[in-house]
Write a protein that binds this ligand. Structure first.
Ligand code: ADP
Ligand code: MG
Length: 253
């Protein structure tokens, strides 16, 4: 398959909010078809790094980066059509942000924007996305109900269904389970492992346990610096840095 193929090359990346430097010279290659976890204590720059990957910080006045991020070798800060790019590299947020629409229309939303009008195709693609998001059985009789009536865990899987409906290549998730109970969290973790067979997943997590359970690669940030990056199994057994060891054993963070 795509063993070792690189999706993102993050090169000498620094990031600033005004004069506040929050990422310092990050160099990482993110691999295709893998789950990469970004971990580190609160405020270390995890969300900033993730948001750079689909240029979500563009809207923040005073935000700027130095260095570059290549997506399959192309500098994402040089591309013209950001919306097109964000369909390939899509984001799922910490709190499920379902739209005030029906379950069906939440998933169909992106497809309609893409110009899919045919009702049969829409129905098929919505069902397919809900099946992939492990939600179909729970919602197949409630497709026309408002999405806000679903539980928190179901809403988050609906957001994942909405993301995969548009057939992205990469799914970015920012602490997607932090607002969920343990059972819903387990469901999402199982789901991410399944998705990684077809997508590249980058997930910010505050939870060491979650990073160790689901990720193939882990990237550990501390105060905006990359302390350690590598295969999760290797780092879990033998972290190279004292700081990583402390974080993994709960002594910092
Ligand atoms: N929109 C913003 N404007 C100014 N500073 C910000 C903004 N977002 C984050 N920061 C600052 O950047 C640093 C890193 O934040 P963030 O990337 O959210 O960290 P994490 O996700 O690891 O908690 C923090 O000091 C935070 O206060
Ligand atoms: Mg964050």
């Amino acid at each position: 398959m795509f063993e070792n193929e690189v999706v993102f090359t993050i090169k000498n990346l620094s990031a600033y909010y005004g004069t506040h430097k929050v990422l310092e010279n990050i160099n990482v290659e993110v691999r295709k078809g893998k789950i990469t976890a970004i971990m580190g204590p609160s405020g270390c720059g995890k969300s900033t790094l993730l948001r750079c990957l689909n240029r979500l910080n563009d809207m923040i006045p005073d935000f700027r980066i130095e260095g570059s991020i290549l997506f399959h070798g192309r500098d994402i800060y040089q591309i013209g059509d950001v919306n097109e790019y964000r369909r390939k590299v899509t984001m799922v947020f910490q709190r499920p942000n379902v739209f005030p629409l029906s379950v069906f229309d939440n998933v169909a939303y992106g497809l309609k924007i893409k110009g899919v009008r045919d009702k049969k195709i829409l129905r098929h693609k919505v069902e397919e996305a809900l099946v992939k998001a492990a939600l179909w059985d729970e919602v197949k009789d409630k497709l026309n109900k408002p999405a806000v009536q679903l539980s928190g865990g179901q809403q988050q899987r609906l957001c994942i269904a909405r993301a995969i409906a548009i057939e992205p290549e990469v799914i970015l998730l920012d602490e997607p389970t932090s607002a969920l109970d343990p059972i819903a969290t387990t469901k999402i973790e199982r789901l991410l492992e399944e998705l990684a067979e077809n997508y590249t997943v980058v997930i910010v997590t505050h939870s060491v346990g979650q990073a160790l359970r689901i990720s193939d690669y882990v990237l550990f940030l501390y105060e905006g610096r990359l302390v350690e990056y590598g295969e999760t199994s290797t780092i879990a057994k033998k972290p190279r840095h004292e700081m990583t060891r402390k974080f993994l054993t709960g002594k910092i963070g």
